[in-house]
Write a protein that binds this ligand. Sequence first.
Ligand SMILES: Cc1cc2nc3c(=O)[nH]c(=O)nc-3n(C[C@H](O)[C@H](O)[C@H](O)COP(=O)(O)O)c2cc1C
Length: 155
Amino acid sequence: MKAAIFYFTMSGNTELAAKEVAEATGAPLVRLHAEPPYTVDDIDWIHPDARCTREHKDHSLLPRVKPFGVDISSLDTVFIGFPIWWHEEPAIIRSFLTTYHDQLKGKTLYPFCSSYSSPVSEADASLTKEFPDLNWKVGLRLPGSQAEIRKWIEQ
Ligand SMILES: Cc1cc2nc3c(=O)[nH]c(=O)nc-3n(C[C@H](O)[C@H](O)[C@H](O)COP(=O)(O)O)c2cc1C
């Protein structure tokens, strides 16, 4: 498997999840950043005009993905990790999938998430609806055991 683990995190939970996937796979970690980066105010979901809320309501709002210097076309498997925001993936993940769509096509994509309580199936549903021509595996919500992660990869 020629894989890499792309992930977005604000408060570190998804980074811990990404490290669990790295432990199970040996794949390198690639952190995704938005340009401009999200601030604390940007993710204050209580406010209807906060950046995260506007991007959730209007999926045409796509933040720029900071270049990360990995050649996706050399991979066959791509892990994509993120926190659940508003019962779906954050807009930066949609940006990543849109910006690198041509390179991602034909690769095997494994979504994983962290969340307070929302299941990853919410993101599975939105990702497969929005990017139906990409090759999605069923997602996994972490933290989890190494055995659970290995079973997920073998699906
Ligand atoms: C804007 C925003 C929206 C969120 N929406 C949800 C949600 O719909 N369901 C849920 O279970 N958790 C939700 N959360 C909680 C995060 O998914 C959770 O804290 C996650 O582990 C944070 O990951 P991070 O530390 O990698 O940033 C939300 C958090 C933020 C900031």
